[in-house]
Design a binder for this molecule. Sequence first.
Ligand code: AHR
Length: 534
Amino acid sequence: MTTPPLFTTNLSRIFHHAPRMIAIVAIASGLGTTGVAQDGPASSRLVIHADQGEIAISRNLYGQFAEHLGRCIYGGIWVGEDSPIPNTRGIRNDVVAALKNINVPVLRWPGGCFADEYHWQDGIGPRADRPTQFNSHWGGVVENNHFGTHEFMDLCEQIGAEPYIAINVGSGTVREMMEWIEYLTSDQDTPMANLRRQNGREKPWKVRYFGIGNESWGCGGSMRPEYYADIYRRYQEFAKNHGGNRIFKVACGANDWDFRWTEVVMENVGNRMNGLSLHYYTIPTGSWGDKGSATEFGEDLWHGTLRRALQMDTLITRHSEIMDKKDPRKRIGLLVDEWGVWHNVEPGTNPGFLYQQNTLRDALVAAVSLNIFNQHCDRVRMANIAQTINVLQAMALTDGSKMILTPTYHVFEMFTPHHDATLLPSDLDCGTYAFGNEQIPQINASASRDSQGVIHVTVCNLHPNEPVNLSCDLLGTKVRQVSGRVLTASAMQAHNTFAEPAAVVPREFTDSRLTDAGFAAKLPSKSVVVLELR
Ligand code: AHR
Protein backbone atom coordinates (compact mmCIF):
# COMPACT_ATOMS: atom_id res chain seq x y z
CA MET A 1 0.00 0.00 0.00
CA THR A 2 1.18 3.53 -0.66
CA THR A 3 1.16 6.28 1.93
CA PRO A 4 -1.87 8.52 2.05
CA PRO A 5 -1.33 12.25 2.07
CA LEU A 6 -1.22 13.77 5.53
CA PHE A 7 -4.63 14.63 6.88
CA THR A 8 -4.72 18.33 7.55
CA THR A 9 -7.29 20.45 9.29
CA ASN A 10 -8.14 22.12 5.99
CA LEU A 11 -11.56 20.56 5.80
CA SER A 12 -12.49 22.32 2.62
CA ARG A 13 -9.64 20.53 0.82
CA ILE A 14 -10.33 17.18 2.35
CA PHE A 15 -14.07 17.17 1.99
CA HIS A 16 -14.37 19.44 -0.99
CA HIS A 17 -15.79 16.75 -3.18
CA ALA A 18 -18.94 15.62 -1.54
CA PRO A 19 -21.39 17.20 -3.88
CA ARG A 20 -22.54 20.14 -1.91
CA MET A 21 -21.64 18.77 1.49
CA ILE A 22 -19.45 21.10 3.48
CA ALA A 23 -18.18 20.76 6.98
CA ILE A 24 -18.06 24.08 8.73
CA VAL A 25 -16.14 24.31 11.95
CA ALA A 26 -18.25 24.63 15.06
CA ILE A 27 -21.30 26.56 14.11
CA ALA A 28 -22.97 26.00 17.38
CA SER A 29 -22.81 26.24 21.12
CA GLY A 30 -20.23 23.50 21.61
CA LEU A 31 -17.22 22.38 19.65
CA GLY A 32 -17.79 18.74 20.43
CA THR A 33 -14.08 18.57 21.11
CA THR A 34 -12.83 15.85 23.39
CA GLY A 35 -12.00 17.25 26.78
CA VAL A 36 -13.91 20.51 26.26
CA ALA A 37 -17.04 20.86 28.36
CA GLN A 38 -20.21 21.73 26.47
CA ASP A 39 -23.37 23.50 27.57
CA GLY A 40 -25.56 21.14 25.55
CA PRO A 41 -25.53 19.13 22.39
CA ALA A 42 -23.89 20.75 19.38
CA SER A 43 -26.19 21.66 16.48
CA SER A 44 -25.97 20.81 12.82
CA ARG A 45 -28.03 21.81 9.84
CA LEU A 46 -28.77 19.71 6.81
CA VAL A 47 -30.45 21.16 3.74
CA ILE A 48 -31.90 18.56 1.39
CA HIS A 49 -32.79 19.69 -2.11
CA ALA A 50 -35.72 17.36 -2.54
CA ASP A 51 -36.62 18.98 -5.85
CA GLN A 52 -33.21 18.47 -7.47
CA GLY A 53 -32.45 14.75 -7.61
CA GLU A 54 -31.23 13.51 -10.98
CA ILE A 55 -28.86 10.61 -10.52
CA ALA A 56 -29.72 7.10 -9.36
CA ILE A 57 -27.78 5.44 -6.58
CA SER A 58 -26.97 2.09 -8.15
CA ARG A 59 -27.97 -0.79 -5.92
CA ASN A 60 -24.58 -2.23 -6.84
CA LEU A 61 -22.95 0.19 -4.37
CA TYR A 62 -24.20 -2.31 -1.79
CA GLY A 63 -22.32 -5.26 -3.29
CA GLN A 64 -20.34 -7.98 -1.55
CA PHE A 65 -17.07 -9.80 -2.14
CA ALA A 66 -16.46 -13.47 -1.29
CA GLU A 67 -13.03 -15.03 -1.77
CA HIS A 68 -11.60 -18.49 -1.23
CA LEU A 69 -9.98 -17.18 1.93
CA GLY A 70 -10.15 -18.56 5.44
CA ARG A 71 -13.72 -19.50 6.34
CA CYS A 72 -15.51 -17.24 3.90
CA ILE A 73 -16.46 -19.87 1.34
CA TYR A 74 -15.72 -23.09 3.22
CA GLY A 75 -17.69 -23.18 6.47
CA GLY A 76 -19.15 -19.71 5.99
CA ILE A 77 -21.11 -20.32 2.80
CA TRP A 78 -20.41 -23.85 1.64
CA VAL A 79 -20.90 -26.76 4.02
CA GLY A 80 -21.63 -29.49 1.47
CA GLU A 81 -24.80 -31.39 0.81
CA ASP A 82 -24.16 -33.99 3.52
CA SER A 83 -23.61 -31.48 6.30
CA PRO A 84 -25.87 -31.55 9.38
CA ILE A 85 -25.98 -27.76 9.02
CA PRO A 86 -29.23 -26.94 7.15
CA ASN A 87 -28.32 -26.27 3.53
CA THR A 88 -29.66 -26.17 0.02
CA ARG A 89 -27.42 -28.04 -2.39
CA GLY A 90 -24.51 -27.51 0.03
CA ILE A 91 -25.05 -23.79 0.68
CA ARG A 92 -25.98 -22.72 4.24
CA ASN A 93 -29.63 -21.74 4.59
CA ASP A 94 -29.04 -19.29 7.46
CA VAL A 95 -26.45 -17.36 5.45
CA VAL A 96 -28.66 -17.31 2.36
CA ALA A 97 -31.59 -15.95 4.39
CA ALA A 98 -29.39 -13.27 5.96
CA LEU A 99 -27.99 -12.17 2.61
CA LYS A 100 -31.42 -12.13 0.96
CA ASN A 101 -32.62 -9.85 3.73
CA ILE A 102 -30.10 -7.15 2.78
CA ASN A 103 -30.84 -7.52 -0.95
CA VAL A 104 -27.26 -8.22 -1.96
CA PRO A 105 -27.25 -6.90 -5.53
CA VAL A 106 -23.93 -8.25 -6.78
CA LEU A 107 -21.34 -10.72 -5.51
CA ARG A 108 -17.68 -10.66 -6.54
CA TRP A 109 -15.80 -14.01 -6.65
CA PRO A 110 -13.44 -16.01 -6.52
CA GLY A 111 -10.94 -13.38 -5.34
CA GLY A 112 -8.99 -11.31 -4.49
CA CYS A 113 -5.50 -12.63 -4.76
CA PHE A 114 -6.93 -16.13 -5.08
CA ALA A 115 -8.49 -15.22 -8.44
CA ASP A 116 -5.11 -14.97 -10.12
CA GLU A 117 -4.27 -18.54 -9.09
CA TYR A 118 -7.67 -19.99 -9.86
CA HIS A 119 -8.18 -22.31 -12.81
CA TRP A 120 -11.91 -22.58 -13.25
CA GLN A 121 -11.87 -26.00 -14.89
CA ASP A 122 -10.64 -27.43 -11.57
CA GLY A 123 -13.98 -26.43 -10.06
CA ILE A 124 -16.48 -28.18 -12.35
CA GLY A 125 -17.71 -31.77 -12.76
CA PRO A 126 -18.19 -34.41 -10.04
CA ARG A 127 -16.74 -33.02 -6.81
CA ALA A 128 -14.94 -36.22 -5.94
CA ASP A 129 -12.97 -35.94 -9.18
CA ARG A 130 -11.94 -32.30 -8.83
CA PRO A 131 -8.23 -31.70 -8.33
CA THR A 132 -6.97 -29.97 -5.24
CA GLN A 133 -4.82 -26.86 -5.24
CA PHE A 134 -2.53 -25.04 -2.85
CA ASN A 135 -3.96 -21.71 -1.67
CA SER A 136 -0.65 -19.88 -1.48
CA HIS A 137 -2.02 -16.53 -0.33
CA TRP A 138 -4.36 -17.51 2.43
CA GLY A 139 -3.03 -19.78 5.11
CA GLY A 140 -1.31 -22.24 2.76
CA VAL A 141 -4.33 -24.54 2.95
CA VAL A 142 -5.33 -27.12 0.38
CA GLU A 143 -8.36 -26.06 -1.64
CA ASN A 144 -10.56 -28.98 -2.68
CA ASN A 145 -12.41 -27.03 -5.36
CA HIS A 146 -15.78 -28.28 -4.13
CA PHE A 147 -17.14 -24.76 -4.46
CA GLY A 148 -16.75 -23.88 -8.14
CA THR A 149 -18.62 -22.24 -10.97
CA HIS A 150 -21.95 -24.10 -10.56
CA GLU A 151 -21.94 -23.67 -6.79
CA PHE A 152 -21.18 -19.95 -7.08
CA MET A 153 -23.90 -19.39 -9.66
CA ASP A 154 -26.30 -21.36 -7.45
CA LEU A 155 -25.40 -19.10 -4.52
CA CYS A 156 -26.09 -16.02 -6.64
CA GLU A 157 -29.44 -17.42 -7.70
CA GLN A 158 -30.36 -18.35 -4.11
CA ILE A 159 -29.63 -14.85 -2.77
CA GLY A 160 -30.80 -12.98 -5.88
CA ALA A 161 -27.43 -11.33 -6.62
CA GLU A 162 -25.74 -10.72 -9.95
CA PRO A 163 -22.40 -12.50 -10.33
CA TYR A 164 -19.19 -10.53 -10.78
CA ILE A 165 -16.34 -12.81 -11.81
CA ALA A 166 -12.66 -11.97 -11.41
CA ILE A 167 -10.65 -13.46 -14.28
CA ASN A 168 -7.24 -15.02 -13.73
CA VAL A 169 -4.77 -12.82 -15.57
CA GLY A 170 -1.74 -13.37 -13.29
CA SER A 171 -1.30 -17.11 -13.92
CA GLY A 172 -4.06 -17.80 -16.42
CA THR A 173 -4.43 -17.47 -20.16
CA VAL A 174 -6.64 -15.66 -22.61
CA ARG A 175 -7.93 -19.05 -23.73
CA GLU A 176 -8.94 -19.98 -20.17
CA MET A 177 -10.91 -16.75 -19.92
CA MET A 178 -12.58 -17.24 -23.30
CA GLU A 179 -13.60 -20.76 -22.41
CA TRP A 180 -14.96 -19.74 -19.02
CA ILE A 181 -17.10 -17.03 -20.59
CA GLU A 182 -18.32 -19.48 -23.21
CA TYR A 183 -19.07 -22.10 -20.53
CA LEU A 184 -21.08 -19.61 -18.53
CA THR A 185 -22.97 -17.74 -21.21
CA SER A 186 -23.16 -19.62 -24.52
CA ASP A 187 -26.42 -21.26 -25.63
CA GLN A 188 -24.95 -22.73 -28.79
CA ASP A 189 -23.60 -26.10 -29.76
CA THR A 190 -20.08 -25.24 -28.65
CA PRO A 191 -17.57 -27.35 -26.71
CA MET A 192 -17.82 -25.32 -23.51
CA ALA A 193 -21.61 -24.93 -23.60
CA ASN A 194 -21.84 -28.69 -24.09
CA LEU A 195 -19.47 -29.30 -21.20
CA ARG A 196 -21.74 -27.16 -19.02
CA ARG A 197 -24.75 -29.20 -20.14
CA GLN A 198 -22.87 -32.39 -19.37
CA ASN A 199 -22.32 -31.00 -15.85
CA GLY A 200 -26.03 -30.51 -15.33
CA ARG A 201 -26.84 -26.98 -16.43
CA GLU A 202 -28.77 -26.79 -19.67
CA LYS A 203 -29.40 -23.04 -19.93
CA PRO A 204 -26.59 -20.51 -19.95
CA TRP A 205 -26.37 -18.02 -17.13
CA LYS A 206 -26.40 -14.26 -17.57
CA VAL A 207 -23.09 -12.88 -16.38
CA ARG A 208 -22.52 -9.22 -16.93
CA TYR A 209 -19.56 -8.28 -14.79
CA PHE A 210 -16.06 -9.59 -15.50
CA GLY A 211 -12.96 -8.12 -13.89
CA ILE A 212 -9.78 -8.59 -15.93
CA GLY A 213 -7.29 -9.37 -13.18
CA ASN A 214 -7.19 -8.43 -9.51
CA GLU A 215 -4.59 -6.11 -8.00
CA SER A 216 -2.40 -6.65 -11.05
CA TRP A 217 -0.01 -4.14 -9.47
CA GLY A 218 0.49 -6.55 -6.54
CA CYS A 219 -0.57 -10.13 -5.88
CA GLY A 220 -2.03 -10.30 -9.40
CA GLY A 221 1.34 -10.02 -11.12
CA SER A 222 3.36 -7.01 -9.83
CA MET A 223 2.78 -5.25 -13.12
CA ARG A 224 3.51 -1.67 -14.04
CA PRO A 225 0.45 0.23 -15.30
CA GLU A 226 1.86 0.50 -18.85
CA TYR A 227 2.31 -3.27 -19.02
CA TYR A 228 -1.05 -3.98 -17.42
CA ALA A 229 -2.82 -1.64 -19.84
CA ASP A 230 -1.46 -3.65 -22.77
CA ILE A 231 -2.34 -6.96 -21.13
CA TYR A 232 -5.84 -5.66 -20.42
CA ARG A 233 -6.27 -4.55 -24.03
CA ARG A 234 -5.40 -8.05 -25.20
CA TYR A 235 -7.68 -9.87 -22.75
CA GLN A 236 -10.67 -7.63 -23.28
CA GLU A 237 -10.50 -8.24 -27.02
CA PHE A 238 -11.33 -11.89 -26.41
CA ALA A 239 -14.02 -11.35 -23.76
CA LYS A 240 -16.85 -12.24 -26.15
CA ASN A 241 -20.55 -11.64 -25.90
CA HIS A 242 -22.56 -14.83 -26.46
CA GLY A 243 -26.23 -14.62 -27.42
CA GLY A 244 -27.88 -11.80 -25.51
CA ASN A 245 -25.24 -11.66 -22.78
CA ARG A 246 -23.50 -8.28 -22.73
CA ILE A 247 -20.24 -8.09 -20.83
CA PHE A 248 -19.37 -5.13 -18.63
CA LYS A 249 -15.55 -5.15 -18.67
CA VAL A 250 -13.76 -4.01 -15.54
CA ALA A 251 -10.08 -3.09 -15.69
CA CYS A 252 -7.91 -3.46 -12.63
CA GLY A 253 -7.63 -0.06 -11.01
CA ALA A 254 -5.40 1.57 -8.50
CA ASN A 255 -4.22 0.68 -5.07
CA ASP A 256 -5.66 3.51 -2.97
CA TRP A 257 -3.42 6.60 -3.51
CA ASP A 258 -1.70 5.43 -6.69
CA PHE A 259 -3.05 8.13 -9.00
CA ARG A 260 -0.47 7.40 -11.67
CA TRP A 261 -2.04 3.97 -12.20
CA THR A 262 -5.37 5.64 -13.01
CA GLU A 263 -3.67 8.17 -15.31
CA VAL A 264 -1.88 5.48 -17.31
CA VAL A 265 -4.81 3.08 -17.56
CA MET A 266 -7.20 5.85 -18.57
CA GLU A 267 -4.71 7.03 -21.18
CA ASN A 268 -3.99 3.60 -22.65
CA VAL A 269 -7.24 1.69 -22.19
CA GLY A 270 -9.89 4.38 -22.42
CA ASN A 271 -13.14 3.19 -23.94
CA ARG A 272 -12.09 -0.43 -24.02
CA MET A 273 -13.33 -0.70 -20.45
CA ASN A 274 -16.73 -0.10 -18.88
CA GLY A 275 -15.39 0.16 -15.38
CA LEU A 276 -12.18 0.75 -13.50
CA SER A 277 -11.73 -0.66 -10.02
CA LEU A 278 -10.30 0.92 -6.88
CA HIS A 279 -9.20 -0.81 -3.68
CA TYR A 280 -9.02 0.96 -0.35
CA TYR A 281 -8.85 -0.62 3.08
CA THR A 282 -9.21 1.34 6.32
CA ILE A 283 -6.34 0.38 8.59
CA PRO A 284 -7.14 1.75 12.08
CA THR A 285 -3.51 2.49 13.05
CA GLY A 286 -2.40 3.35 9.53
CA SER A 287 0.24 0.62 9.78
CA TRP A 288 0.10 -2.76 8.06
CA GLY A 289 2.31 -4.16 10.83
CA ASP A 290 0.10 -3.73 13.88
CA LYS A 291 -3.30 -2.76 12.54
CA GLY A 292 -4.88 -2.81 15.98
CA SER A 293 -7.40 -5.06 17.69
CA ALA A 294 -10.94 -5.19 16.36
CA THR A 295 -12.44 -4.99 19.85
CA GLU A 296 -9.85 -3.50 22.21
CA PHE A 297 -9.21 0.11 21.39
CA GLY A 298 -9.56 3.58 22.83
CA GLU A 299 -10.87 6.85 21.50
CA ASP A 300 -7.59 7.53 19.65
CA LEU A 301 -8.25 4.55 17.38
CA TRP A 302 -11.98 5.25 17.19
CA HIS A 303 -11.16 8.69 15.82
CA GLY A 304 -8.23 7.45 13.71
CA THR A 305 -10.33 4.72 12.11
CA LEU A 306 -13.15 7.08 11.17
CA ARG A 307 -10.68 9.67 9.92
CA ARG A 308 -9.09 7.10 7.62
CA ALA A 309 -12.47 5.82 6.48
CA LEU A 310 -13.47 9.37 5.53
CA GLN A 311 -10.45 9.52 3.24
CA MET A 312 -12.48 7.39 0.83
CA ASP A 313 -14.11 10.66 -0.14
CA THR A 314 -10.82 12.28 -1.14
CA LEU A 315 -9.71 9.16 -2.95
CA ILE A 316 -12.84 8.91 -5.06
CA THR A 317 -12.73 12.62 -5.80
CA ARG A 318 -9.15 12.51 -6.98
CA HIS A 319 -9.44 9.34 -9.07
CA SER A 320 -12.65 10.74 -10.58
CA GLU A 321 -10.92 13.98 -11.51
CA ILE A 322 -8.32 11.98 -13.43
CA MET A 323 -11.04 9.94 -15.11
CA ASP A 324 -12.94 13.14 -15.97
CA LYS A 325 -10.06 14.33 -18.15
CA LYS A 326 -10.53 11.42 -20.56
CA ASP A 327 -14.12 10.63 -19.79
CA PRO A 328 -15.97 13.84 -18.92
CA ARG A 329 -19.33 12.22 -19.60
CA LYS A 330 -18.62 9.60 -16.97
CA ARG A 331 -19.22 6.66 -19.27
CA ILE A 332 -16.66 4.59 -17.39
CA GLY A 333 -17.69 3.64 -13.88
CA LEU A 334 -15.44 3.62 -10.85
CA LEU A 335 -15.93 0.33 -9.00
CA VAL A 336 -14.65 0.23 -5.43
CA ASP A 337 -14.61 -3.54 -5.57
CA GLU A 338 -12.68 -4.04 -2.32
CA TRP A 339 -13.14 -1.86 0.75
CA GLY A 340 -13.62 -2.17 4.50
CA VAL A 341 -11.77 -2.15 7.80
CA TRP A 342 -8.77 -4.46 8.18
CA HIS A 343 -7.91 -5.27 11.82
CA ASN A 344 -5.48 -7.70 13.40
CA VAL A 345 -6.94 -11.20 13.32
CA GLU A 346 -8.71 -12.47 16.42
CA PRO A 347 -6.17 -13.87 18.89
CA GLY A 348 -5.50 -17.57 18.37
CA THR A 349 -6.84 -17.69 14.81
CA ASN A 350 -4.86 -18.45 11.66
CA PRO A 351 -3.21 -15.18 10.56
CA GLY A 352 -3.85 -16.17 6.94
CA PHE A 353 -7.61 -16.44 7.51
CA LEU A 354 -8.24 -12.74 8.27
CA TYR A 355 -10.97 -13.51 10.81
CA GLN A 356 -11.90 -10.41 12.82
CA GLN A 357 -14.70 -9.28 15.13
CA ASN A 358 -16.90 -6.37 14.16
CA THR A 359 -17.95 -3.58 16.54
CA LEU A 360 -20.02 -0.45 16.50
CA ARG A 361 -16.88 1.28 15.16
CA ASP A 362 -17.01 -0.92 12.04
CA ALA A 363 -20.69 -0.09 11.66
CA LEU A 364 -19.84 3.62 11.61
CA VAL A 365 -17.15 2.99 8.98
CA ALA A 366 -19.66 1.11 6.85
CA ALA A 367 -22.25 3.86 7.16
CA VAL A 368 -19.78 6.64 6.40
CA SER A 369 -18.43 4.75 3.37
CA LEU A 370 -21.90 4.00 2.01
CA ASN A 371 -22.90 7.65 2.42
CA ILE A 372 -19.76 8.63 0.50
CA PHE A 373 -20.54 6.16 -2.30
CA ASN A 374 -24.09 7.54 -2.49
CA GLN A 375 -22.75 11.08 -2.76
CA HIS A 376 -20.48 10.00 -5.62
CA CYS A 377 -23.04 7.92 -7.49
CA ASP A 378 -22.43 9.90 -10.67
CA ARG A 379 -19.09 8.08 -11.00
CA VAL A 380 -19.16 5.19 -8.53
CA ARG A 381 -21.26 2.39 -10.05
CA MET A 382 -20.35 -0.50 -7.78
CA ALA A 383 -18.71 -1.21 -4.43
CA ASN A 384 -18.00 -4.58 -2.82
CA ILE A 385 -17.23 -4.78 0.86
CA ALA A 386 -14.55 -7.28 1.89
CA GLN A 387 -15.72 -9.88 2.72
CA THR A 388 -19.16 -11.44 3.10
CA ILE A 389 -18.70 -14.08 5.80
CA ASN A 390 -15.97 -14.68 8.43
CA VAL A 391 -13.33 -12.56 6.68
CA LEU A 392 -12.37 -8.92 7.31
CA GLN A 393 -15.44 -6.63 7.69
CA ALA A 394 -17.97 -9.43 7.38
CA MET A 395 -21.76 -9.38 7.37
CA ALA A 396 -21.96 -12.54 9.46
CA LEU A 397 -19.70 -14.74 11.57
CA THR A 398 -20.22 -18.46 11.89
CA ASP A 399 -19.15 -21.07 14.39
CA GLY A 400 -20.16 -24.53 13.23
CA SER A 401 -23.93 -24.40 12.87
CA LYS A 402 -24.22 -21.03 14.63
CA MET A 403 -24.31 -17.70 12.86
CA ILE A 404 -24.39 -14.13 14.18
CA LEU A 405 -24.98 -10.91 12.30
CA THR A 406 -22.48 -8.11 12.73
CA PRO A 407 -23.15 -4.40 13.31
CA THR A 408 -21.94 -3.87 9.74
CA TYR A 409 -24.68 -6.19 8.51
CA HIS A 410 -27.28 -4.04 10.26
CA VAL A 411 -25.98 -0.93 8.52
CA PHE A 412 -26.35 -2.65 5.14
CA GLU A 413 -29.91 -3.57 6.09
CA MET A 414 -30.72 -0.01 7.24
CA PHE A 415 -29.39 1.43 3.97
CA THR A 416 -31.42 -0.84 1.64
CA PRO A 417 -33.94 1.97 0.87
CA HIS A 418 -31.14 3.76 -1.01
CA HIS A 419 -30.85 0.92 -3.56
CA ASP A 420 -31.69 2.40 -6.98
CA ALA A 421 -33.25 5.48 -5.34
CA THR A 422 -32.50 8.98 -6.62
CA LEU A 423 -29.75 10.84 -4.79
CA LEU A 424 -31.01 14.11 -3.31
CA PRO A 425 -28.27 16.76 -3.20
CA SER A 426 -27.65 18.07 0.29
CA ASP A 427 -25.66 20.73 2.11
CA LEU A 428 -24.42 19.99 5.58
CA ASP A 429 -23.19 22.51 8.15
CA CYS A 430 -21.80 20.74 11.17
CA GLY A 431 -19.24 21.06 13.88
CA THR A 432 -16.07 19.07 14.09
CA TYR A 433 -15.15 16.14 16.25
CA ALA A 434 -11.55 16.63 17.30
CA PHE A 435 -9.12 14.29 18.99
CA GLY A 436 -5.60 15.52 19.66
CA ASN A 437 -4.62 17.59 16.64
CA GLU A 438 -6.94 15.82 14.26
CA GLN A 439 -10.43 16.91 13.30
CA ILE A 440 -13.21 15.30 11.34
CA PRO A 441 -16.78 16.45 10.74
CA GLN A 442 -19.08 15.26 13.50
CA ILE A 443 -21.84 14.35 11.06
CA ASN A 444 -21.95 12.41 7.82
CA ALA A 445 -25.12 11.98 5.75
CA SER A 446 -26.82 11.22 2.46
CA ALA A 447 -30.41 11.36 1.26
CA SER A 448 -32.46 9.78 -1.52
CA ARG A 449 -35.99 9.51 -2.83
CA ASP A 450 -37.32 6.08 -3.76
CA SER A 451 -39.69 5.13 -6.57
CA GLN A 452 -42.69 5.63 -4.23
CA GLY A 453 -41.59 9.19 -3.44
CA VAL A 454 -40.44 8.32 0.09
CA ILE A 455 -37.33 10.17 1.25
CA HIS A 456 -34.67 8.39 3.30
CA VAL A 457 -31.87 10.13 5.14
CA THR A 458 -28.98 8.15 6.59
CA VAL A 459 -26.95 10.11 9.07
CA CYS A 460 -24.08 9.26 11.41
CA ASN A 461 -22.95 11.03 14.55
CA LEU A 462 -19.26 10.17 14.72
CA HIS A 463 -18.68 11.59 18.19
CA PRO A 464 -18.39 8.78 20.74
CA ASN A 465 -19.57 10.90 23.69
CA GLU A 466 -21.68 13.82 22.50
CA PRO A 467 -25.17 13.79 20.99
CA VAL A 468 -26.00 16.36 18.35
CA ASN A 469 -29.15 18.26 17.44
CA LEU A 470 -29.80 18.05 13.72
CA SER A 471 -32.24 20.36 12.01
CA CYS A 472 -33.10 19.57 8.44
CA ASP A 473 -34.65 21.80 5.80
CA LEU A 474 -36.43 19.93 3.08
CA LEU A 475 -36.58 22.15 0.02
CA GLY A 476 -39.26 21.69 -2.60
CA THR A 477 -41.43 19.18 -0.76
CA LYS A 478 -43.68 18.77 2.26
CA VAL A 479 -43.77 15.67 4.42
CA ARG A 480 -46.38 14.56 6.92
CA GLN A 481 -44.53 11.94 8.88
CA VAL A 482 -41.03 11.17 10.11
CA SER A 483 -39.94 7.88 11.61
CA GLY A 484 -36.65 6.12 11.95
CA ARG A 485 -34.33 3.49 13.34
CA VAL A 486 -31.03 3.83 15.13
CA LEU A 487 -27.97 1.63 15.58
CA THR A 488 -25.94 2.51 18.65
CA ALA A 489 -24.69 1.09 21.94
CA SER A 490 -23.29 2.37 25.20
CA ALA A 491 -19.69 1.45 24.32
CA MET A 492 -17.59 2.08 21.21
CA GLN A 493 -16.39 -1.51 21.40
CA ALA A 494 -19.88 -3.06 21.55
CA HIS A 495 -20.26 -6.10 19.33
CA ASN A 496 -22.35 -9.19 18.88
CA THR A 497 -21.13 -12.55 20.10
CA PHE A 498 -22.48 -16.08 19.90
CA ALA A 499 -23.46 -15.70 23.57
CA GLU A 500 -25.02 -12.25 23.05
CA PRO A 501 -26.00 -11.97 19.37
CA ALA A 502 -28.25 -8.91 19.76
CA ALA A 503 -25.97 -6.52 21.66
CA VAL A 504 -25.87 -4.19 18.67
CA VAL A 505 -29.06 -4.22 16.62
CA PRO A 506 -31.20 -1.44 15.14
CA ARG A 507 -33.96 -0.08 17.34
CA GLU A 508 -36.82 2.31 16.82
CA PHE A 509 -35.68 5.93 16.82
CA THR A 510 -38.08 8.23 18.62
CA ASP A 511 -36.04 11.43 18.91
CA SER A 512 -37.26 13.10 15.72
CA ARG A 513 -40.16 15.46 14.95
CA LEU A 514 -41.53 17.43 12.03
CA THR A 515 -40.77 21.16 11.85
CA ASP A 516 -42.05 23.91 9.59
CA ALA A 517 -38.92 23.56 7.44
CA GLY A 518 -38.62 19.78 7.50
CA PHE A 519 -37.63 17.83 10.60
CA ALA A 520 -35.38 17.91 13.64
CA ALA A 521 -33.66 15.03 15.37
CA LYS A 522 -31.40 14.51 18.34
CA LEU A 523 -28.77 12.02 17.25
CA PRO A 524 -27.21 9.98 20.05
CA SER A 525 -23.44 9.80 20.25
CA LYS A 526 -21.77 7.09 18.06
CA SER A 527 -24.89 6.31 16.13
CA VAL A 528 -26.19 5.51 12.68
CA VAL A 529 -29.76 6.70 12.07
CA VAL A 530 -32.04 6.10 9.11
CA LEU A 531 -35.01 8.45 8.83
CA GLU A 532 -38.00 7.87 6.63
CA LEU A 533 -40.02 10.88 5.48
CA ARG A 534 -43.44 10.47 3.92
O1 AHR B 1 -9.54 -9.03 0.74
C1 AHR B 1 -8.30 -9.59 1.05
C2 AHR B 1 -7.26 -9.29 -0.01
O2 AHR B 1 -7.01 -7.92 -0.06
C3 AHR B 1 -7.64 -9.62 -1.44
O3 AHR B 1 -7.42 -10.96 -1.75
C4 AHR B 1 -6.73 -8.75 -2.23
O4 AHR B 1 -7.27 -8.40 -3.46
C5 AHR B 1 -6.50 -7.55 -1.32
O5 AHR B 1 -5.17 -7.24 -1.20
